[in-house]
Design a protein around this ligand. Structure first.
Ligand SMILES: [Zn+2]
Length: 395
């Protein structure tokens, strides 16, 4: 009979639950029914997992991750341009100004509406109709200028990656994976109080850099976990990497007495495929980490290594995201062109050749500004050796 590792409740119909090894909100798909009871699963889901997911919303949005739920891609808020204009980012691709869309012209005699879509436009002009009944709505509708434009300014936001709750969630990922791969249940005693928040996590779970032996090929974006246990050193630890960008070390135990253990798991969150990955680490555990951060020089060296690692891997992810968004944009325009041609035909017969020609004509016309925008953006990236829309402040 399995029990919940957090509260020892017997796991049976009614109490058992599907625990995601990596939280579902960041694209995790691997699950287990033998780890946590329903109550503990829900508790952690609403607290530490939700906190971790919040930190990674930006990745989820930019990569347009499908999270196996009806939930929409998170809207990224609090983004600003260099000149201080505020924006939100919808579906990871569409920047929306947060300023009110109605401005009063000088002298207060006329109003300028720049609605972000037809629905918003309708809502606003109906409000005007209530205040000024003499307005001719049809006239306003027919005179409105509809246009599509592309953002040509960089947006800046901030990321929080090493917060207290987030680190506890990472410790839970490590423990989940260790137990899920047949780890020794008696070895959970040291990390559990950290996950529960009963003792400080900073020595047990902390940020780390991306180790060279973790190979990143092509456009892979994956979550990774590897647990190593060695009874001769007494050390059981996990190396966790999220979005192939942010690394963490978790010391699960410093009194490990079971057999030698080494297991790893990698999962591409975009292509939804399992990958074969393994790293060689020479991590010496919590105590060596503590002595390292107590030495000012070593701490500085480790910190700059972590920050450099995050920056270069964020650049890589942004390049992957840009490619995904480009592909998605092309698909959207192609789909829209087909729909338009079918509507124009209205059931009439047409040869395949004519149909394709009509689709192509509409596609080239409608998608031209989109292509122009991407070509510009690509030049910008090459010139600056850094990508647009990259969060530059790492808290
Ligand atoms: Zn429980």
């Amino acid at each position: 009979m399995m029990i919940c590792y957090n509260c020892n409740t017997r796991l049976e119909p009614g109490t058992l639950s599907e625990e995601h090894i990596f939280p579902q909100a960041i694209g995790g798909r691997l699950t287990s029914l033998t780890l946590l009871c329903k109550k503990c699963n829900e508790h952690y889901g609403a607290t530490i997992d939700a906190n971790l997911a919040k930190s990674f919303e930006f990745f989820v949005a930019m990569l347009m991750l499908d999270r196996e739920r009806s939930e929409k891609i998170p809207v990224i808020k609090n983004l600003v341009t260099d000149s201080g204009e505020k924006y939100s980012l919808r579906d990871g691709r569409f920047p929306e100004s947060v300023e009110p869309p109605v401005t009063v012209a000088e002298g207060g005699k006329s109003y300028h509406i720049s609605a972000r879509n037809e629905k918003e436009f309708e809502t606003i002009i109906r409000q005007f109709k209530d205040r000024f009944p003499e307005i001719d709505l049809e006239d306003v509708r027919s005179k409105a200028v509809r246009s599509k434009s592309y953002m040509d300014k960089a947006l800046h936001g901030s990321l929080t990656l090493g917060g207290e709750q987030g680190l506890r969630a990472v410790a839970k990922i490590a423990l989940n994976f260790y137990l899920h791969s047949g780890g020794d249940r008696t070895a959970v005693g040291e990390i559990l109080p950290v996950i529960k928040g009963e003792i400080s996590n900073e020595q047990h779970a902390h940020l780390y850099y991306i180790i060279d032996s973790l190979e990143l090929s092509g456009k892979e974006v994956f979550h990774f976990v590897q647990v190593n246990g060695d009874p001769t050193t007494g050390l059981l630890y996990a190396y966790v990497v999220l979005f192939s960008s942010i690394g963490y070390m978790v010391t699960l135990s410093e009194n490990y007495r079971s057999e030698k253990f080494e297991k790893s798991f990698a999962y591409d969150v975009v292509t939804l495929t399992k990958l074969e990955k393994k790293v060689i680490t020479n991590y010496e555990g919590r105590l060596s980490y503590v002595s390292m951060v107590n030495d000012a020089n070593m701490a500085r060296e480790l910190n700059s290594k972590i920050i450099n690692s995050i920056q270069s891997h964020l650049n890589r992810i942004m390049a992957v995201a840009e490619h995904l968004q480009y592909t998605k944009g092309v698909q959207d325009y192609a789909q829209a062109a087909i729909t338009k041609v079918l509507q124009n035909l209205n059931g009439k017969d047409v040869s395949v050749k004519d149909f394709s020609q009509q689709v192509m004509d509409i596609f080239m016309k409608d998608a031209a500004p989109f292509f122009e925008h991407f070509l510009k953006k690509r030049k910008y990236i090459q010139r600056n050796d850094a990508t647009e829309e990259i969060p530059s402040n790492l808290d």
